[in-house]
Design a protein around this ligand. Structure first.
Ligand SMILES: [Zn+2]
Length: 292
């Protein structure tokens, strides 16, 4: 299902189709795969989608690719530090759903004592906020903003003539991290289902190669999460460390904290849907049982 064959030339403009190219940032890592993908949409007056991390080498590579062209818009899918920090350096208006935390659900706001904020660009401030369904028109291109919270509450995808800029919501190389309180599994599942109702045939993601069969990937990811949900329900009643140990048998112990976060994101979702009960206000330290 996943395509981990990807060897982009870092810092070099790579043409993808008529009026679309990409520059890959030098920030490869286990979380960012081969590096953040900054897209350039249009011919002479262009939009940049996800200008990328605050890295002088990446900025220089983008400036080289943009020589002889004007940037009319900077579009940001979400304000993680590998996507948004260069947004304001091009002298063009920055368009996004909102600052970090915009679009967050009440339950995520209510979570006490849970560390979050990993990799968040806390200072991110768009010049123009976009709502779901808003159309942005440039010279020779047009995009539709789709609010797709889940990986992060202010996440947008952008539909255009050639497909969809899918940010970190749906990628070809991996599933997406959904870690509370910044990530919200209830929102994430709804955002996957939202894209099932659309026809874009190719996804240009924030990391990794072009996703050529997005509907198969959407179906796979929904099924994968439902399978995990069933395993978690089977491990109840219990607390998060014990559920994590039961569901992720044999997992490298260094990865257990991340797995526990994932279990918690499922338990919050199940709690929201009235399927599990927590002994007290929902928290990472709670004990969970199935509602009969
Ligand atoms: Zn991200």
């Amino acid at each position: 299902m996943f395509n981990a064959e990807h060897k982009p030339e870092i810092g070099v403009e790579e043409p993808l189709m008529e009026g679309l190219s990409v520059v890959t940032a030098p920030n490869a890592s286990p979380m960012t795969f081969t590096g953040t993908r900054s897209y350039i949409l249009g011919d002479r007056e262009v939009a940049i989608i996800d200008p990328g991390p605050n890295d002088p080498a990446h900025l220089a590579a983008l400036q080289k690719a943009l020589r002889g062209r004007t940037v009319s818009h900077v579009l940001v899918t979400h304000s993680h530090v590998d996507h948004s920090p260069l947004a304001h350096v091009f002298g063009a208006p920055v368009l996004a759903f909102g600052p970090s935390g915009a679009g967050m659900s009440d339950v995520m706001r209510s979570l006490q004592g849970l560390q979050g904020g990993e990799g968040i660009d806390a200072d991110f401030a768009p010049d123009v906020t976009l709502a779901d369904g808003d159309i942005v028109q440039g010279n020779g291109w047009q995009v539709e903003a789709l609010h797709t919270p889940g990986h992060m509450s202010n996440h947008l995808c952008f539909a255009f003539e050639g497909g969809l800029f899918s940010g970190d919501h749906v990628m070809a190389w991996s599933t997406t991290l959904v870690s509370p309180p910044d990530g919200d599994l209830t929102q994430f599942m709804a955002s996957l289902r939202k894209l099932q109702g659309r026809a874009e045939a190719r996804y240009f993601a924030g990391h990794g190669p072009v996703l050529e069969d997005p509907q198969a990937m959407l179906a796979y990811q929904i099924a994968h999460r439902l399978e995990r949900e069933a395993q978690i329900l089977e491990a109840l009643p219990n607390d998060i460390p014990a559920i994590t140990a039961a569901v992720y048998k044999g997992l490298d112990s260094r990865l257990l904290p991340m797995a526990a976060r994932n279990v918690f994101s499922h338990l919050i979702d199940l709690h929201q849907r009235g399927m599990v009960h927590c002994n007290g206000p929902i928290s990472f330290n709670g004990r969970f049982e199935q509602v009969e």
